[in-house]
Design a protein around this ligand. Structure first.
Ligand code: AMP
Ligand code: ZN
Length: 135
């Protein structure tokens, strides 16, 4: 992918603070971290997003997220970490090369989780049914 910044990082055409690499995967630090040590885990083979990625691509990435997550946690003395992924522009995806975020977290770090809604009476079952029909 010619204009993909993450493909350029993989090819060494753009710099990155690389923290892990194997045959299929690269992990490097996000340049605009939520917390210091915030890492991105990406496949070396370009894939636009999670929806379009094969399990052969996703599975090794998750394994590396765990490995990197544990190293990030120890490396920056965090209390935990989030593994997250924005799938599609509506979900906040800016870079269209599949990537997982590994974000170190601290007790009382002030990062508020998403606000929660409530289901109306009976609504949870109908929403579950709508989703189940698609599986
Ligand atoms: P997303 O919103 O899930 O697409 O996240 C893309 C992430 O890539 C953002 O958190 C950016 O800060 C990060 N990012 C963009 N360009 C670079 C770069 N050249 N090196 C490291 N991280 C980058
Ligand atoms: Zn790419």
């Amino acid at each position: 992918m010619e204009n993909c910044i993450f493909c350029k990082i993989i090819k060494g055409e753009l710099p990155s603070a690389k923290i892990y690499e194997d045959e299929e995967t690269l992990a490097f630090l996000d340049i605009q971290p939520v917390q210091l040590g915030h890492a991105l885990v990406i496949p070396k083979k370009h894939s636009d997003n999670f929806s379009q990625s094969l399990s052969e691509v996703i599975n090794p990435l998750l394994h590396v997220c765990q490995k990197v997550g544990e190293a990030v946690k120890k490396g920056v003395a965090a209390d935990g970490y989030n593994v997250s992924m924005n799938n599609g522009e509506a979900a906040g995806q800016i870079v269209h090369h599949l990537h997982f975020h590994v974000i170190p977290r601290y007790f009382n770090d002030g990062l508020k989780p998403w606000p929660h809604k409530k289901y109306k009476e009976g609504e949870i079952a109908s929403v579950a049914a709508k989703i189940t029909r698609e599986l």
